[in-house]
Ligand binder design. Structure first.
Ligand code: HEM
Length: 403
C-alpha cells in the first residue's frame, strides 16, 4: 500500500480493517503530520481529549466568509452561525440558549413517541421475515424523532428530509458539482424560510416546544438573533440524522456479529446502559472532528503551527489499547474510561441523550421482537467517508411465527 495516511481510509480494503489501520497510524505517532491530507492527524485517546478541549484549536469552519466561493456563501453564512462552527464568546452564548430548549425533560418526554414509531415500523415488517435495517428503520427514525421534537407537521417531513439531504452534501465534501452546490444553496434557503414560517405559526401554541423556546430566547432579548435561532434550528434538525442512522446500523451489525453479546443483553436487560456506550465506542458513527490552530500549539511531541488543520480522530481514540483493554472485543458490560464518540470538551454532542435514547429503544425492540434475528448479508457495505462510519445497507432476517 502507498504511504501511511488517513486518506487511505477511503479505500475499501482499509474500511474492512479500519481499526487495524488506525493502530498503524497511532503506532507511527499519536499526533502525526499527514502529508497527503496536509493536516495533523490525532489518533491517541489522551491527545484527542486534549485537542478537543484546547481553546487554541478553533472550530470555526469559515474564518473568512469573503474567501468562500460566492455561489456557496449563503450556505456558509448559515453554517457560520451554528454553534458547532463557532468559538467563544459566541459558542457558550449560543449553546447556553439552545440547551435551555433542548432539555433532558424534553427528550425523555419523547420516549413513548419513539417507542410507538419503532413499534409501528416493526409491526409493518414483522410478517415479511426480513428487512433492510438502514432504509426501513435507521434512516426514518431520527427524522421522525427530530420532527416530533421541533414540531414539524407530518405533511412537511418528506420535504424537510430532501432539503437536509441536499445541504448535508456540502458539510462532508470539499469538491461539489455545480448541481450539488445549487441544490444545497436552494434547499438551505428553503429550510430557513420554512422554519421562519413555522415558528411564526407556533408561538401561540399551548405547549412550548423546542422551537418556541429558541424563539422566546430571541424575543426575551437574551442575545440570540433571528438568524442565529434559525441557523441553530437547522443544526438541530441535521446533526442528529446521519449520525443516529449510522449508530443504529453499526450497532445492530455489531450485535448480530456477536451473538453471545446479543444473548447476554436479552438475558440481562440491566446491561442496556453500558451496552449503548460500548456500541458507540466499538464502531463510532462520527470518526473525526476538524479543528484549525489559531496560534502555535504543542500537542504531545507535535509542534502545530498557526493556521494548520488538525483532524481529531475519535474513532481511533476509542480503540486506543493504552486506554481500553482489548479494544477490538465487544464487551457490553464494559465500564471504565470514557469513549469520545460524542466528542469531548465544549462542543460535546448536545444530542447525546437523544441519540442514546433512540438507540436503546430501537435496538432493544429489534432484539426482543424479532425471533431468531440474524444477518442475511455477509460483507458489510460501508459508506465512503473519512468523517462518518456507516453502512449503506444492512439486511437481516428472522423467523416468522405463524399467528
Ligand atoms: C449517535 C448519534 C450521534 C453522534 C455519534 C454524534 C456525535 C457528535 C460529535 C462527535 C459532536 C462534536 C463535534 C465537534 O466537536 O466538532 C457532536 C456535536 C453536536 N451534536 Fe451530535 N451526535 C449524534 C447525535 C446527535 C443528535 C440526535 C443531535 C440533536 C438532535 C445532535 C446535535 C449535536 C449538536 C447541536 C452538536 C454541536 C454541539 C456544540 O457545538 O456545542 N447530535 N455530535
Amino acid at each position: 500500500m502507498r504511504s501511511l495516511s488517513l486518506l487511505n481510509v477511503l479505500r475499501p480494503e482499509v474500511q474492512a480493517d479500519l481499526y487495524g489501520y488506525y493502530d498503524r497510524l497511532r503506532d507511527a505517532g499519536p499526533c502525526r503530520w499527514d502529508r497527503p491530507l496536509s493536516a495533523w492527524v490525532v489518533t491517541g485517546h489522551e491527545l484527542v481529549g486534549q485537542a478537543a478541549r484546547d481553546p487554541r484549536l478553533s472550530s470555526v469552519r469559515y474564518p473568512d466568509l469573503a474567501a468562500v466561493e460566492p455561489e456557496l456563501r449563503p450556505v456558509a453564512a448559515v453554517l457560520s452561525r451554528q454553534m458547532l462552527y463557532v468559538d467563544p464568546p459566541d459558542h457558550p452564548r449560543l449553546r447556553g440558549l439552545v440547551s435551555k430548549a433542548f432539555t433532558a425533560r424534553a427528550i425523555e418526554a419523547l420516549r413513548a413517541q419513539i417507542t410507538r414509531t419503532v413499534d409501528g415500523i416493526l409491526d409493518r415488517v414483522l410478517p415479511h421475515g426480513g428487512m433492510e435495517v438502514v432504509g426501513d428503520l435507521a434512516h426514518p427514525l431520527p427524522v421522525t424523532v427530530i420532527c416530533d421534537l421541533l414540531g414539524v407537521p407530518e405533511a412537511d417531513r418528506e420535504q424537510m428530509r430532501a432539503w437536509s439531504a441536499d445541504v448535508a452534501v456540502v458539510v462532508g465534501n470539499p469538491r461539489l458539482s455545480d448541481g450539488e452546490r445549487d441544490a444545497a444553496v436552494r434547499s438551505m434557503a428553503e429550510m430557513i424560510a420554512y422554519f421562519g414560517t413555522l415558528s411564526g405559526r407556533r408561538t401561540t401554541g399551548p405547549e412550548p416546544d423546542v422551537l418556541d423556546a429558541l424563539l422566546r430566547a430571541q424575543h426575551d432579548g437574551a442575545g440570540l438573533t433571528v438568524d442565529e435561532a434559525l441557523a441553530n434550528t437547522v443544526l438541530l434538525f441535521m446533526a442528529g440524522q446521519e449520525t443516529t442512522t449510522h449508530f443504529l446500523g453499526n450497532a445492530m451489525r455489531a450485535l448480530l456479529e456477536h451473538p453471545d453479546q446479543a444473548a447476554r443483553l436479552r438475558a440481562e436487560p440491566e446491561l442496556w446502559t453500558t451496552a449503548v456506550e460500548e456500541l458507540l465506542r466499538f464502531d463510532s458513527p462520527v470518526q473525526l472532528m476538524l479543528r484549525r490552530a489559531k496560534q502555535d500549539v504543542r500537542l504531545g511531541d507535535a509542534e502545530i503551527q498557526a493556521g494548520q488543520a488538525v483532524l481529531v480522530v475519535c474513532g481511533a481514540a476509542n480503540h486506543d489499547p493504552g486506554v481500553f483493554d482489548t479494544p477490538r472485543t465487544l464487551d457490553l458490560g464494559r465500564t471504565g474510561p470514557r469513549h469520545v464518540a460524542f466528542g469531548h470538551g465544549p462542543h460535546f454532542c448536545l444530542g447525546a441523550g437523544l441519540a442514546r435514547l433512540e438507540g436503546e429503544v430501537a435496538l432493544r425492540a429489534m432484539l426482543t421482537r424479532l425471533p431468531g434475528l440474524r444477518l442475511s448479508d455477509a460483507a458489510p457495505r460501508w459508506q465512503r467517508s473519512l468523517d462518518f462510519r456507516g453502512l449503506t445497507e444492512l439486511r437481516v432476517r428472522w423467523d416468522v411465527v405463524p399467528g
